[in-house]
Ligand binder design. Structure first.
Ligand SMILES: C[S@@+](CC[C@H](N)C(=O)[O-])C[C@H]1O[C@@H](n2cnc3c(N)ncnc32)[C@H](O)[C@@H]1O
Length: 160
């Protein structure tokens, strides 16, 4: 079964299982951060991040069942997003990248849709750091690295 089929199957229980865990990650990563402009909730799932922030954001996810719970969002693979270049001021990606089949492509896509003066926050399971961090370093300047529970998180600036 693909990861997206897994998310489709477990969408109904996602919020009750993971709300507290995800909210803790949001608190750690977004502490002291000012969000403004157009925000992308990358791999938005059921919409826990917009519930936490109370902010209007564009959500993108490839699981229809997760999106149904969020209410609205763009149904797309994050490896090929239907957005114009350099349109987001902020990209927030919580617990998504380790699911991507082509990491290089997914990270290039985040960079493509980010404004040059914008920033990106991403987290993923710690076990994936050795695989994902070198690709992040190729495309972004790492401003800060934080430990956030089961994840490691990065605040990034795009190199343009
Ligand atoms: C662990 S959940 C995190 C959801 C949300 N970011 C949160 O904080 O609760 C991972 C999400 O990434 C989505 N996802 C995984 N791989 C994806 C891909 N290649 N394209 C789009 N969405 C993807 C899944 O459907 C799922 O909703």
């Amino acid at each position: 079964m693909s990861k997206i089929e897994d998310y489709n199957k477990t969408a109904q229980v996602y919020n009750s299982r993971y709300r507290d865990t995800q909210f803790e990650k949001y608190k750690i990563m977004l502490d002291g951060i000012k969000l403004k402009g157009k925000i992308l909730d990358h791999g938005c799932g059921t919409g826990l991040l917009s519930e936490f922030l109370g902010e209007e954001m564009v959500g993108v996810d490839s699981s229809q069942e997760m999106l149904k719970i969020r209410g609205e969002g763009v149904h797309s693979d994050v490896e090929d997003m239907p957005f114009k270049d350099e349109i987001f001021d902020v990209v927030l990606s919580f617990s998504v990248l380790m699911n991507c089949r082509n990491l290089e492509r997914a990270i290039e896509e985040i960079k493509r849709v980010s404004k040059s003066d914008g920033f990106v926050i991403c987290t993923f399971l710690k076990a994936f750091e050795s695989k994902i961090k070198p690709i992040l370093e190729k495309h972004f300047e790492i401003i800060e690295k934080k430990q956030c529970g089961e994840d490691v998180g990065f605040i990034l600036n795009p190199y343009k």
